[in-house]
Design a protein around this ligand. Structure first.
Ligand SMILES: NC(=O)c1ccc[n+]([C@@H]2O[C@H](COP(=O)([O-])OP(=O)(O)OC[C@H]3O[C@@H](n4cnc5c(N)ncnc54)[C@H](O)[C@@H]3O)[C@@H](O)[C@H]2O)c1
Length: 244
């Protein structure tokens, strides 16, 4: 059974690591579809969420109280997850270099509890190469698993603008990348990242290789909620038109 099906049937959970401005609304959106574990190292923050208070004001306390998900600082809970989204901060050091400590720390925590067959997607803003060259080796070392064989990774940088009440999580164009085309496109692939993302985002732009390879025909699909099969058909039509 694929990860998406396991999430849909609530056999496995989706975990969001880092419940701040980005992670909390994302976790809440996913909680409408799946069992969600919201994990944060900040216990005071977790207690606020448990009390129904949203200090980020991104979601609002009233909306937060309608959300049904597990809030925890207990990293062992991550063992229930088959899909993990990492949304921890990426501050800048005094010398203007990126401070990767939170991202590395999150990769360590997730790696320690990573289950075979899982998908880990980085949502934090990082420079190219951090996911594959820095975080992936940490995940492998901590879990003893091999990426590509035992688990998969993806990158989907958050593009939300906190405080913007018009361009919300559900109507911004989302960039999703994975390790292979199958991981993004094939419904039957056991690691169908795109399907998981499409549950909450109105439109997702796909990158099937993390480094580059833009999938550019989104223009023709703007404003529609299309399945990968629809997207493939649209591309075919576009190629035909270009040839004519
Ligand atoms: N907020 C924005 O405007 C915005 C917009 C787009 C992208 N981003 C990016 O999204 C990422 C998250 O930003 P944010 O604004 O939500 O940050 P935030 O500081 O609001 O929240 C991050 C949360 O992660 C937690 N955390 C830190 N280390 C952790 C660890 N090892 N394990 C678990 N939790 C941990 C913190 O306690 C905090 O609650 C950053 O990379 C940021 O650049 C932010």
């Amino acid at each position: 059974m694929g990860v998406l099906d396991m999430l849909r049937q609530r056999e496995k959970s989706l975990a969001v690591v880092g419940l701040g401005y980005v992670g909390l609304p994302l976790a809440a959106a996913y909680a409408r579809h799946f069992d969600v574990i919201g994990f944060d190292v900040n216990k005071a923050k977790i207690n606020k969420y448990l009390a129904g208070e949203d200090p980020t004001e991104e979601l609002g306390s009233e909306a937060l109280r309608q959300v049904s998900m597990e809030y925890t600082s207990d990293e062992k809970e991550l063992e229930k997850a088959a899909f993990v989204v990492i949304a921890v901060p990426t501050p800048v050091n005094g010398d203007k270099t990126p401070d990767l400590k939170p991202v590395k720390g999150a990769a360590e925590v997730v790696g320690r509890h990573l289950q075979p067959g899982s998908i880990v997607v980085f949502e934090s803003t990082v420079y190219p190469g951090v996911t594959e060259d820095i975080c992936l080796p940490i995940l492998e070392k901590e879990s003893g698993l091999v990426c590509g064989r035992d688990f998969k990774i993806g990158y989907s940088p958050e593009r939300i603008n906190p405080g913007d009440k018009v361009h919300r999580l559900a109507n911004i164009r989302k960039i999703v990348s994975g390790m292979s085309m199958a991981q993004l496109f094939l419904r039957r692939s056991s690691t169908w990242i795109y399907g998981v993302w499409f549950c909450v985002y109105y439109e997702a732009v796909l990158l099937w290789q993390m480094p580059v390879a833009w999938f550019t025909f989104w223009k023709s699909t703007w404003g529609t909620r299309m399945t990968p099969a629809d997207l493939a058909e649209a591309a075919k039509k576009k190629r035909k038109k270009a040839k004519a």
